[in-house]
Design a protein around this ligand. Sequence first.
Ligand code: FE2
Ligand code: FE2
Length: 522
Amino acid sequence: MNSIEHFIEIGIALSSEKDHGILLEKIIKSAMELSNADGGTIYSISEQGELVFETIINKTLSLHLGGTTTNKINFPPIPILKYGEVNNSALVAIAAHTGKIINIDDVYQCLDYDLSAAKAMDKKTGYKTQSVLTLPMKNHQGDLNGVIQLINAINPTNAKGEIVPFNKETEKLTHALSSLAGVIITNKQLIDEMENLFTAFSQLIASAIDKKSPYTGGHCRRVPLITMMLAKACNEIDYGPLDKFVMNKEDFHELGVAAWLHDCGKVATPEYVMDKAKKLETVFDRIELVNARFEIAARDLYYSKKYAEKQKALLLKDLEADRDFICHANKGGEFFDDDKTQRVYQIAKKYQVTIKGVKQDILNSDEIYNLITKRGTLNDKERRVINGHMDVTVEMLESMPFPKHLKRVPEYACGHHEKMDGTGYPKGLKRDEMSIPARIMGIADVFEALTANDRPYKDPKPLSETLTIMGRMKLGDHLDPDLFDVFIEKEVYLEFARQHLEASQMDDFDITQIPGCEGNKA
Ligand SMILES: [Fe+2]
Ligand SMILES: [Fe+2]
């Protein structure tokens, strides 16, 4: 192989390496190969402007420290400047500072530099440093990325391994290599910085929702945790339907970004709907208005000449009971059955109040509509507004020019309200139309919502009740059955619960008694 072919091969190998430490080790190894050097050290630059030892190799001493090895380097970083002046006691610092190559034929003959450190090291190791080539690694913009130092060039034509100076040809080749390395490192840094920026940006959106509404904000932060735990369990499992399912580092990263963004459309959901704590709440809780009307009705009754005292007392007692019922109904939460709904209508008809001479109903039609909400606090219209967060999420994410390695983010993020039987939203997708990670997010989203202990409209559910609801969702073809099985079998729920739920939620139960979990070992 000629030098150019060799060089191209090195270039390809270097640019395909994603791990920074391994990349630097490959660079120093390539430089040693090109220059036929006996030893080499590669340094990176710390934020404090120091040269950090990354990999040290010395063939004669059979030494290989740092990089891919488990041998840690204990040498402290070398400062490029000392008291504002260049650190003249280290060649690497001088090369870093001046940006120039330093080529020394013989350390023990050279008078141009302070080489006492190298000589002291020789005394310690018994090695003899002779020729030294020090090259700064600079990128296309001239920024320093690190330093390469090569020790003792070996004469390839001499069988005895004679040490010779690094010749001009070698200097040129290694210089080209260090420039190539500098550009590759910069590219990688730029990619990493963009990646970090985007990840931080995704988290920023989640925390914006957090700021907007503390009730869903914790959700945006916790769903990624559960998603990752379940994805990890699915990746590790080596039997059953998920036996073949694997995820690499990049896949996890992609799923993580999706999880952080999964409810990003909530930035457009009005707060009064998102945080609706009571059935009569709009921007404020209208129960106060209703209460005032009851107050007036009681006063009217009290002063009424229509009834005898005894009858009046009974009617007032009745009114108080009706008012308590309405106050209780306002809380939402439990199932509001037909009898209760009928009672709301009856109460609405039963009382009229006179305010400023005008007769009014004690409950207006919008209040009735909200009070008869069957479950929770959101009426149908508001439920549609909340569900609309997915239309916005889809719109937002599908308009983003995601790069190849994040292409699946919209699919992963937008599927968490879909149901396996196709009755979910926003797209009504069926199980086989969704990827496994998208289905994982569905489980994470439900589990978080049920166990959340920071929602004003509901008490945190204990694990037994949460898993019972989820088990029924599995049997009802809402949640993916295989993924739910991993969730239970690998105790992902427990791992999360131990770290994030209140002790009161960690109740005692027999997992085999939970619907959909009968197959599990107790
Ligand atoms: Fe959602
Ligand atoms: Fe969600």
